[in-house]
Design a protein around this ligand. Structure first.
Ligand code: 13P
Length: 250
């Protein structure tokens, strides 16, 4: 048994207005008041101030869904790490496959973002995962190992202990096609092993690795009970309060 604390994080993606978000978090905080897991909501930028205020004093932590790696400057439409830290944000999700696919996120920008997030006292949730073609071609392990190696470049052992990694097979995102417990655990173990090679066992035993991809109220407990899975990054089901409450307690 590991002593890693399970982390149940919702990734709302581009859903909910600022007022809907506050209403949701006000209701959620009562439902998850006594959960052993760490509970995180990953909300759109405009929802952050209201959600941070609503979550204050509760055991809900707040995540942003992206950040720019520079501190400030001529980057129209972007948001920097000091801006997020100033709001009281705890986590920042980076490297999500949707950002890689639609917004040009690369392993290199993920690495720069990870450094910026730590510099400003927050913690990155680093996403990785293979396409269906990569799985079918048998290159899942190579692909995910490469993503993780580049994402972590230059981070200290202490930082890598704090990092949260989310393994999200792209074919399982929003498709209702969850990886089996064994498939998910296998890749999470490969990621842990990669961290062990780079930073040693002390660090790899501490880093939390989530599974994401069609996690729901029915499958969460089984997935989270696997040896190398320390919780989930949840899309669709995190928008429904009763489902996310069950997941947070799984
Ligand atoms: P779904 O849970 O909707 O499949 O989304 C997973 C995801 O992308 C979380 O980041």
């Amino acid at each position: 048994m590991s002593n890693r604390r399970t982390i149940a994080a919702g990734n709302w993606k581009m859903n909910k207005t600022a007022s809907e978000a506050v209403e949701f978090v006000n209701a959620l905080k009562e439902k998850v008041a006594d959960t052993a897991s760490e509970v995180v909501v990953g909300v759109p930028f405009v929802c952050l101030p209201g959600v941070v205020a609503a979550a204050k004093g509760s055991n809900i932590k707040v995540a942003a869904q992206n950040v720019h790696w520079e501190e400030s400057g001529a980057f129209t439409g972007e948001v920097s790490a000091p801006m997020l830290a100033d709001l009281g944000v705890d986590y920042v999700i980076i490297g999500h496959s949707e950002r890689r696919e639609y917004f040009g996120e690369t392993n290199e920008t993920v690495n720069k973002k990870a450094h910026a997030i730590f510099k400003h006292g927050m913690t990155p949730i680093i996403c990785c995962g293979e396409t269906l073609t990569q799985r079918e071609q048998g290159v899942t392990a190579d692909h995910v190992r490469y993503q993780i190696k580049v994402a972590l470049l230059g981070l200290s052992a202490e930082q890598v202990k704090q990092v949260v990694i989310a393994y999200e097979p792209i074919w399982a995102i929003g498709t209702g096609k969850t990886a089996t417990n064994e498939q998910a655990n296998e890749v999470c173990a490969i990621i842990r092993n990669t961290i062990k090679e780079l930073y040693g066992e002390d660090v790899s035993n501490a880093t939390r690795i989530q599974y994401g991809g069609s996690v729901n109220a029915k499958n969460a407990a089984e997935l989270f009970a696997m040896s190398d899975i320390d919780g989930g990054l949840v899309g669709g089901a995190s928008l429904k309060i009763d489902d996310f409450t069950i997941i947070a307690k799984a």
